[in-house]
Ligand binder design. Structure first.
Ligand code: BDR
Ligand code: CA
Length: 316
């Protein structure tokens, strides 16, 4: 039996790779994409998601728009660092055809709530951007927090942040929302920088996509090369680009890719520590642990699964 999956993306180059990983995984049935802000505006991200679904041969997967900014703010503007990493269009200035499909009228929040009610345990939600939409679903329906199975990309527990000494980019956009998620959701797996900065891609792999000579292969090679170039400037010590968002999908398919640490989490929301993910001291002795943080990853096996699934998808 396949597992149903919803991706909550701020599409985004590694979000595009996460989408490709999900579509290239026969164990998963992608029932919808919800679009959040982050690397790009919601409008740009949902357009990218629609165009990518068409490029990857799944034009019938519906796309829903989430809130356009954090509930603690009035608006959202793309940060210069996001534009540097993902390009103005979110996909490294690689060209994507204008999608023929439209964003659904139903909101992302309603779609998420209805989907958890309908599919329960046979659904996994994979947010790879700010937690704003998930927190809005939690606020709108308390049973959502109890019943949703979430594997999220975000946070950094054992390593420094990537936008401040303590904050990871997705959590940094809306720390209050991630805090609400950690304090209320019954089952959250956190795929943070602890493991995603261990799973790296280089020009050697993108050359394999280019060599396919397909539209999907060309697109992924061009967008990912842009992403690798930004890592060469910002994090030359890594020797490649971080496969953040695809690793969350990888773990949704196969949790044995990572070693998990069970803990109750919170997010600091004040001062210099704003955006830091840390254990919740008030629930330290609670025998029930609601979060499972990936602290180690079988990187060789993941990168090989990543290449097998995505290359298979874009070879067609
Ligand atoms: C996360 O931030 C975004 O830029 C990426 O798409 C990823 O989800 C990494 O910190
Ligand atoms: Ca993302």
């Amino acid at each position: 039996m396949t597992t149903k999956i919803i991706l909550d993306l701020d599409t985004g180059i590694d979000d595009a790779l996460a989408l490709a990983y999900a579509l290239g995984s026969p164990e998963l049935e992608l029932i919808g994409v919800t679009g959040t802000y982050g690397n790009v505006l919601v409008e740009t991200g949902t357009r990218n998601a629609l165009a990518l679904l068409e490029l990857f041969g799944s034009p019938d997967v519906p796309v829903f728009a989430g809130p356009t900014h954090a509930s603690t703010r009035d608006s959202f503007e793309v940060l210069p660092i996001s534009e540097f990493i993902h390009g103005k269009n979110g996909v490294g200035e690689a060209v994507l055809a204008e999608p023929t499909a439209q964003v659904q009228e139903k909101s992302a929040v309603d779609f998420l709530i209805e989907s958890v009610r309908e599919h329960g345990d046979n659904l996994v939600i994979v947010p790879t951007g700010p937690s704003t939409t998930i927190a809005a679903a939690i606020d709108a329906d308390p049973s959502f927090a109890e019943n949703a199975r979430i594997v999220m990309m975000g946070g950094a527990l054992t390593v420094p942040g990537n936008v401040s000494p303590v904050a990871e980019a997705n959590v940094n956009q809306d720390p209050e929302a991630t805090d609400r998620l950690f304090r209320t959701a019954a089952d959250v797996t956190m795929i943070g920088l602890d493991v995603t900065l261990q799973t790296l891609l280089t020009y050697e792999e993108t050359a394999q996509w280019r060599a396919l000579g397909t539209p999907g292969g060309d697109f992924l090679a061009e967008a990912t090369d842009y992403y690798i170039r930004s890592y060469e400037t910002n994090s030359p010590h890594l020797g490649g680009c971080g496969l953040h968002d695809p690793l969350a999908v990888g773990v949704a398919v196969d949790p044995s890719l990572v070693e998990l640490f069970d803990v109750n989490l919170k997010v600091d929301t004040e001062g210099a520590l704003r955006g830091r993910v840390i254990a919740d001291e008030t629930r330290l002795n609670d025998p029930v642990k609601t979060a499972h943080v990936a602290i180690n990853v079988d990187k060789e096996r993941f990168v090989s699964e990543f290449m097998r699934r995505i290359t298979g998808l874009v070879s067609r």
